[in-house]
Design a protein around this ligand. Structure first.
Ligand SMILES: C[S@@+](CC[C@H](N)C(=O)[O-])C[C@H]1O[C@@H](n2cnc3c(N)ncnc32)[C@H](O)[C@@H]1O
Length: 263
């Protein structure tokens, strides 16, 4: 943890977060804790994807990257090795497995990922529910090409890759969809962009939709965006797992609640 804001927020999370479902009175959140956050259930796809992660972490291929977002605190320059991206620029195994379990539990069907990168997390989303359709958006052409090769190798038929800047591709995609079940925002981590994508997506949410934000403590701006999103009148429930922030719109949740959970 190289950044002091992140470290400060992590220490605070350690003190405040609930562990193992203790003190969680919302039945919905309690079930999520049991079935998603704390479950030891092992899925067959985890072994295959963990092996793929290790292979990518040793892949010396160099790609010319056109990063349209806030960039990375660790990956600098436009030429990046696949192994460096796999080590420092994508969701960790823990995060990807958590997303898998969430999709599997919620039975999410229409899934959008902002930021494909190498496509590893997209594969977790794809394996989690074969009945789903995943739209994964990416600005860098070489990453789109690289990830599409991985999707073909793994014979995935439920992934649609969309190339372009989120600012154009997200509204275009949303205009074609009647709704979405799960949106994972994992690119362009700035205050403005995060709020912009959240507000775009709101129109196509349903009672059962969830939006997940990666890196909510990456910077003061991201934390500010997260705080404002939690306060949005349509959000009825938020869960902060430090690595991710998730918001739900369930009307069954009569009083807005915010949880911090240690995973
Ligand atoms: C953190 S990576 C995504 C990692 C991926 N979700 C995973 O866990 O495997 C973020 C990606 O978003 C892309 N990106 C950032 N800002 C963008 C924008 N405005 N439009 C399109 N792509 C963008 C970057 O090129 C980068 O590949």
């Amino acid at each position: 943890m190289s950044n002091s804001w992140l470290l400060k927020k992590y220490l605070s999370h350690l003190l405040k977060a609930k562990r193992g479902g203790h003190g969680v009175h919302s039945p919905f959140v309690f079930k999520l804790t049991e079935n998603v956050f704390n479950t030891q259930q092992h899925f067959y796809a985890f072994e295959e994807l963990s092996k793929l992660r290790k292979d990518l972490q040793q892949n010396e291929t160099e790609l010319e990257i056109n990063d349209m977002g806030a960039g990375s605190q660790k990956l600098l320059g436009s030429k990046r090795k696949v192994k460096d991206i796999a080590l420092h620029g994508i969701s960790s195994q823990k995060q990807s497995e958590l997303l898998f379990k969430l999709v599997n539990y919620l039975k999410s069907k229409v899934i959008i990922e902002l930021g494909t990168s190498l496509g590893l997390t997209t594969l977790y989303l794809s394996f989690a529910n074969t009945k789903s359709q995943i739209y994964t958006l990416e600005g860098s052409e070489n990453l789109v090409k690289f990830s599409k090769t991985l999707f073909a190798k793994k014979q995935r038929t439920n992934i649609t890759s969309v190339h372009g800047n989120f600012d154009q591709t997200l509204p275009q995609l949303l205009s074609k969809l009647s709704s979405f079940d799960l949106l994972y925002i994992d690119g362009n981590h700035t205050y403005e962009a995060t709020l912009r994508y959240f507000k775009m997506a709101l129109e196509k949410r349903t009672n059962g939709s969830v939006i997940i934000f990666d890196d909510i403590y990456w910077s003061k701006g991201m934390t500010q965006a997260w705080e404002e999103i939690k306060q949005n009148q349509n959000v009825t429930l938020s869960i902060d797992c430090f690595y991710f922030g998730m918001v739900f719109f369930r009307e069954e949740q009569k009083q807005k609640e915010h949880f911090k959970i240690f995973i």
